[in-house]
Design a binder for this molecule. Sequence first.
Ligand code: ADP
Ligand code: MG
Length: 600
Amino acid sequence: MSAPARRPIRRLERGTVHRIAAGEVVERPASVVKELIENAFDAGASHVAVRIEEGGLRRIEVADDGCGIPPEELGLALERHATSKIGPSDPIERIASLGFRGEALASIATVSRLRLTSRTPDREEASGIATAGGEQPLRFEEGRSVGTTVEVADLFYNTPARRKFLHAPAVEQLEVLRAVEHLYVARPSVALRLTADGREIAGFPASEDLREATAHVLGAEMLDQSFVVEAELPGLGRIRGVLGRPNLATGSPRRFYLSVNGRTIESRAIAQAIRAAYLQYIPRTRFPIGALHLAVPLDRVDVNVHPTKREVRFARETELVEAVRIAVRRALLDCPGLARVPEIAATVRRFSPEESLEEGFSTRSESPLGPWPARTAPLGSRSVGPGAAGQRRLFERPDAPTLEARPGLPAISLLGVLDALYWVGTTPTGFVLIDQHAASERLLFEVLVADGHLARQVLVDPLTISLTPAQRAAWEVHRSTVADAGFDVEPFGGDRVRVLSVPAYRGHRARAESVRELLEELSTGTRPTQPDGMVERVAATIACHAAIRAGDAIPPDELARVLDALYERASAVYSCPHGRPILFDLPRSRIDRWFLRAGP
Ligand code: ADP
Ligand code: MG
């Protein structure tokens, strides 16, 4: 994978300059790191070492073993619109290198103290150039092996307004790590190392195997719980990738890595196509993980539409996206041991929360009926439905837990539970359906926001788990948050930690593994539909992972306790912190309408 023979750096013609999407490439340390690593890739490096201090705010250093820059071109390297990557007769419509604008070093140099040291293979020494704010470059000679080192100190020291937009070092550090992960997954043939404040936080070895590479970034489960997508998209390009099986789906969209012709990019359209490919295999609130490499003819993709080249534009995008969806869907369905689900015809009408809201589907039903007639005979404790033993439970009437009515809230008598998820109860006006995960999640969220912490239960058998570099970094940033959530975690050597306690609430305790999911989310930022404030956001994330889950078989009184506590906080009953409904009221009047019994 060596780069084509190096060409001299030259100034771009004015016409070309006008056609490139100029823009600020330097937003934060992570964007500096990205530009510098891309330069190393373009220089044919096989090893790149990144060192940062204080999240990159104090210092960033990227060293590579690429082709180097001859001393007479060092000045040009720092000049705007000077590049070795487009020749005079090259159309910018066919760009194979990652860089092409000749802007990055110039932009970085104007907002930092920059030092560039480089040695080409034909020289015995390295030459360097240093500047503060891009002014009066200074030359020097130094010992160095072949390759280039760029050091960037005091980012934004001369533009305090920009500095203000930066986050705490720990947060910037996570962003840097994420940039490194993206670049590694896009080109795992280059070894990448990240050292933060003198400690190596990620070491990604060169690998020709994408599955192995994704395992370094996404966790060892990728080795045996992933599948390969490899397909020709006729007339459009090729795709190759490794994606996690549905059980590895996570709460954040940011663990899916897409690259197009070796370039790390984001594409909503493709991300959506991937989710669509997993339809019916993962819930709508979760996102597939993995990496996809898309190769398309150079003239079918415009890489020149975004200042930081984060997005690209495809010719025939609709067709391409659909072809990607089909390829991924096929590969997913080929997974051995994947449970078959019947394909849902597009015309099947499903219940949606919107629908119910529209039709006044709330407890305050417009025409309350009389009390629900009491059953004459108790229902036996038996399962209903064919072969669903244990899945559908009905309770004996005498021990059916009940909740007293509160203002605006109905009295509920629990009848049973479907698939260890949806509970059915009766109310004075009809039925109620309750999602056990959403209810528990909402309660924990309320408690967290009110008290700032959850109760914990010490584990008799502490659980040892391994963390990915990103999860580990998130733990270091959010240690106290994780502790407040009720998870006592301690280092256990290497990439492993030990979970000593878990959050527990009213008889329910979280699974120890959920700390990984919590860290995963803390490491990838927010979910698409989250409440605003930071406290609420973190609380929502914690609540989700500490809550009773769909599929946990819990006794009715446990749910009753959750509901009772929710009733004490009446405002919280109708939706979970992520906005999903907790409870649907099905008044008799609505049921009558279904059966075409017009009301009186
Ligand atoms: P671009 O990458 O768009 O050309 P940059 O400002 O990032 O613009 O870099 C300017 C030029 O400096 C590049 O075209 C390349 O010739 C040279 N250069 C930058 N970084 C390196 C590196 N790590 N190794 C070799 N050459 C480099
Ligand atoms: Mg560049």
